[in-house]
Structure formats: C-alpha cells, structure tokens
Design a protein around this ligand. Structure first.
Ligand code: FAD
Length: 477
C-alpha cells in the first residue's frame, strides 16, 4: 500500500467521472482512491431502477478498471461498513457527492458524525442539482411554493457553476483483505430480475452510463431544439431528450447540460425550465420529506378515494379501454419510461376517472420507472391530483379522448404500444367504442375480445369525480 493516505470515494447516485466534485477534489490532493458502492438493502430503488442500478455499477466499474482501479461493491449498512473500511484502509478522508432524499440524508448525517468521532474527515460535494435546495429562497427566507417565482429567482441568480472535467490522472489502492467478506461480486449483485426476467424491454430501450448520457445530450442538441416547446407534447415524436434516467443516476449533471445548451447557442428556455421543474421538485422534497406519503394540501385528506382493485389492475396493465392511457402504461411496463404528456394523462385518469388515491399511482411508477426519483415522482403526482402546491385544480379533469386526438392525432403512438389497434384508422382509434361493431371488426377488433371496452364511461366518471369534489368542498366548508 502507498504511504499517502487514500481517499475513500463513496459512489451513490453519481455514476460518472466527469463533473464529479468528490472525485475531482480527491485528485487535486493527489491522493490515491479507494472507490466503493454500498449495496444497502433499505435504500434500494424499485424494480426498474434497480435494473438500471446494476448497469450503472458495471459501467462505472469498467471505466475505473480502464484507469487501473475498480468499483468495489460492499454489502451492509453504510453507517457500519464505511467507518470499518476507513479504519482498515487507514483512510483520513471520505468523499461523496450529496444526495437529498430523506433516507439518504439521515444516513449521511449520522455517518459524518461517526467518522468525525474517529478523526476521519467526511467531505460532501454538490453536483446533482444546479442549486443546493436550501439556497433558493423567497425574500423572506422561506422555501418557494410556486414554480414560476422559484425559477425566476434561479434565473436571476448567478449562472450554475462550471462543470469540472475528468481528472487527468488517477491512482488507486486495493481493497484491504479484511474487507473481502463484504465484497459482492458483480455477477451476484441480485439487482436484475431472473424468474421471470421481465427486463428484456428495458435492455432494448436503454444503455446506462456516462457515455450514453453524453450521446443522448448531443443527439438532442443536434435536433431542432427550438421546436422542443411545440413538439415535446407529442408522444409519437422523439422530441424530448430522454435524459431523465441518466440524470437520476448521475451519469450526467444538470450543470453539464446547462453548459452544453449554452455552447450550442440554441434557444432552449423551455427545455431548461423543465430541468427547473426537477430542481423545484427536489427543493420541495427537501422541506417536505413526507412528500410521497402526504397531501401537500392537507385538506385533501378528506377526499373520498375509491378502493377499486380491478380498476387499478386494468390501469397498471394498460387495459382500461382508453387507447392513449393503455399505450402509456404499456410503454412504461416495457421500457421503464413514459412520455411526459402521457404520464399526465394516465395520472389524471387514475385519480379522476377512477378516483383512486394518487399514492397508488406513485407507488406503481416508483416500481416501474427507470427514472423514478423520490422528488419528481410525488411532486408530479400531487400536481396532477390537485393535492400539491402550485397544482392543477382537482376539478380540471383531462379528457383522455381529446388529449389523444390532440397530441397523437394520427394514432401513431397508440399503434406502437397497442398493436391490437394497429389497423384501426386515426378517425376511430382514440375512442374505438364509438365505432359500430361491424366497422371495428373490419379492422380486426372485437371489443371485449381483442381489446377491452372502456372500464368507465368518460362522462359518468367525470361527473362522479366532480360530485366527489363537491362533497369534499362542502366537508371542508
Ligand atoms: C405523474 C408523473 C410522474 C413523474 N415521475 C417522474 C420521475 O419519477 N422522475 C423523473 O425524472 N421525472 C418524472 N416525471 C417528469 C417527466 O415526465 C420526466 O422527467 C420526463 O418525461 C423525462 O423525459 P425526458 O428526459 O425526455 O424529458 P425532457 O423533456 O427532455 O426534459 C429534460 C429533463 O427535465 C426534467 N423534467 C422534465 N419534466 C419534468 C417534470 N414535470 N418534473 C420534474 N422534472 C422534469 C427531467 O430531468 C428531464 O430529463 C413525472 C411526470 C409525471 C406527470
């Protein structure tokens, strides 16, 4: 072992070598690195994101190996494993990039104290967000509750920090022998599904890693970014960046995206504002750690949600009989991702047409999205349910048929994900039950046999939701 004390670099949700402040700082001190990831059972994400995590670990390990190191995956609780490792490896400093979810923050704070007691420095760095959540505040020092002034404040402030490059040279130390019992071999991470292996669609759709993240960004900036504001709502177009899982796993940082947009010289305000929504969600979570559990507007606790396991299952499986809803839910199941406009439509359908508590939908997305994060998911669910801050009012009920006609006019997206309807013409595809049975049969569809009839009638479901809203309003006086 080298005589210079190594830095223990703890990777968590920052699977990258560029713009990695924790790595950069260690390299600046010319200290060798001991790179680890701790497989903490309690902190593991949902199924689809777990699949991604597996890939993220492998890709980073292979990048480190090319540079003479490795990513050592250790089992156990970080609070115990890290101080133990720091002791046996004679480490004087542990570096990590900050995470902002309540569980992670708690672990990190306790660990910092534990390390300090042992005389080991724990240094945490920024990187996952443009702004640390506690730094953007109203003039009165309170957290923003509304997006527009939040974003105005961000835009008026200093531009984001300039991302750092990959350190030009890195050196590494071996994992000490004593830690080998904690080492989890990469072929035994247990993060990917086996029986059954449902991840085929995810493998077809995505390649985790930093290089892929850069490729997505470049491809996006090469397109007509100016058209993003118009085209981003059309699910059949490939008009958005698809960077969300790469951001989620820190293969890329918002500062890198910001810099690339500025260098491109393209007008991309709308796109940057979407990154702003991500920031806003994290700032809300920072102040409201129970975001996925509680209505941000507590009066909504009185809303009479329905228990409807059949309806919930039909929604989850993409068998509601509403083609746009079903297309979205099947895209999600197959690829772990869903277009944003369709996420809004399916969320509204669950909450308003089926009157099912948004938390059921939030949980399903948490398990099936590769980009699931504990801030954006509940914030968007609460926004769509009307229970959140700055949210769409509950009584504004999206019409899934009109949304379909407007945003997928030719039915291309529907046909891609609902092949039963592949031959149905655009004039009928958005509401096939409106066609007579013989016409539909000519296009290869018998409702109830090849494709379900609608599980709720749009008008009836709308009236039911408005009634529930009326009752709820009376109740809260
Ligand atoms: C019910 C619901 C649940 C959602 N859950 C998540 C989630 O768990 N994780 C997640 O990353 N996004 C979530 N979103 C937001 C949004 O749908 C995705 O970020 C977006 O579809 C990702 O595609 P993209 O990368 O091509 O986005 P682009 O349009 O290219 O946008 C660029 C980036 O901005 C961010 N962004 C865009 N829209 C939003 C938004 N509404 N809220 C927060 N950030 C946004 C994402 O990081 C995205 O990658 C949810 C939206 C809804 C309606």
């Amino acid at each position: 072992m080298t005589s210079v004390s190594p830095v223990l670099l703890w990777f968590r949700e920052d699977f990258r070598l560029t713009d990695n402040a924790a790595l950069w700082a260690a390299a600046q001190e010319e200290r060798p690195l001991l790179c680890i990831f701790v497989l903490e059972e309690a902190a593991l994400p949902g199924g689809a994101a777990r699949w991604w995590l597996d890939g993220a670990i492998r890709v980073l390990d292979s990048a480190l190996r090319k540079r003479g190191g490795a990513l050592h995956v250790l089992s156990g609780a970080a609070r115990e494993v890290i101080p133990h490792l720091a002791r046996v490896a004679a480490v004087q400093a542990v570096h990590w990039n900050r995470r902002y979810d309540p569980v992670g923050r708690e672990v990190d704070t306790a660990l910092k104290t534990a390390l300090k007691e042992e005389g080991i420095v724990a240094r945490s760095f920024a990187g996952a967000l443009l702004n640390e959540p506690w730094t953007v505040r109203t003039k009165g020092g309170a957290p923003f509750q509304v997006f527009t002034p939040y974003w105005r404040a961000v835009r008026a402030a200093e531009p984001p920090r300039v991302p750092v490059a990959e350190p030009p040279s890195l050196s590494f130390v071996e994992l000490p022998e004593e830690m080998k019992p904690h080492l989890v071999p990469l072929d035994r991470l247990g993060l990917t599904p086996t029986s059954p292996d449902w991840a085929g669609g995810l493998r077809d759709a995505w390649i985790p890693g930093e290089e892929e993240a850069r490729a997505h960004l470049t491809a996006f900036l090469d397109t007509d970014v100016e058209a993003y504001a118009e085209e981003r709502d059309r699910p059949a177009q490939d008009a958005t960046s698809r960077l969300s899982p790469y951001l989620r796993f820190g293969h890329i940082t918002p500062a890198q995206i910001w810099q690339a947009v500025e260098r491109s010289g393209k007008a991309a305000d709308k796109f940057l504002a979407e990154l702003g929504w991500r920031e806003f969600a994290w700032s809300l979570l920072f102040d409201r750690p129970d975001l996925a559990m509680r209505n941000l507007r507590p009066e909504f606790d009185a809303l009479p949600w329905r228990t409807d396991s059949k309806g919930l299952a039909a929604w989850q499986q993409g068998r509601t009989g509403y083609p746009l809803v079903d297309a979205g839910m099947r895209e999600l199941w197959r690829t772990g991702w869903m277009h944003n406009r369709v996420r809004m439509v399916v969320a509204s359908f669950l909450v308003k047409h089926l009157l099912i508590d948004w938390r059921e939908g939030e949980r399903w997305f948490a398990d099936t999205l590769v980009d699931h994060d504990p801030a954006s998911n509940p914030v968007n669910w609460q926004w769509n349910a009307g229970t959140g801050v700055d949210a769409a009012p509950f009584f504004r009920i999206m019409n899934p048929i009109l949304q379909s006609r407007k945003f997928d006019p030719e039915g291309e997206y529907i046909r891609r994900w609902v092949p039963e309807l592949a031959r149905v013409p655009a004039s009928l595809i958005h509401a096939p039950w409106e066609a007579d049975a013989d016409t539909l049969r000519a296009y290869g569809v018998v409702l109830g046999r090849d494709y379900p009839g609608p599980i709720v009638d749009h008008k009836g479901a709308r009236a039911r939701a408005l009634d529930a809203w009326g009752e709820f309003r009376k109740g809260i006086g």
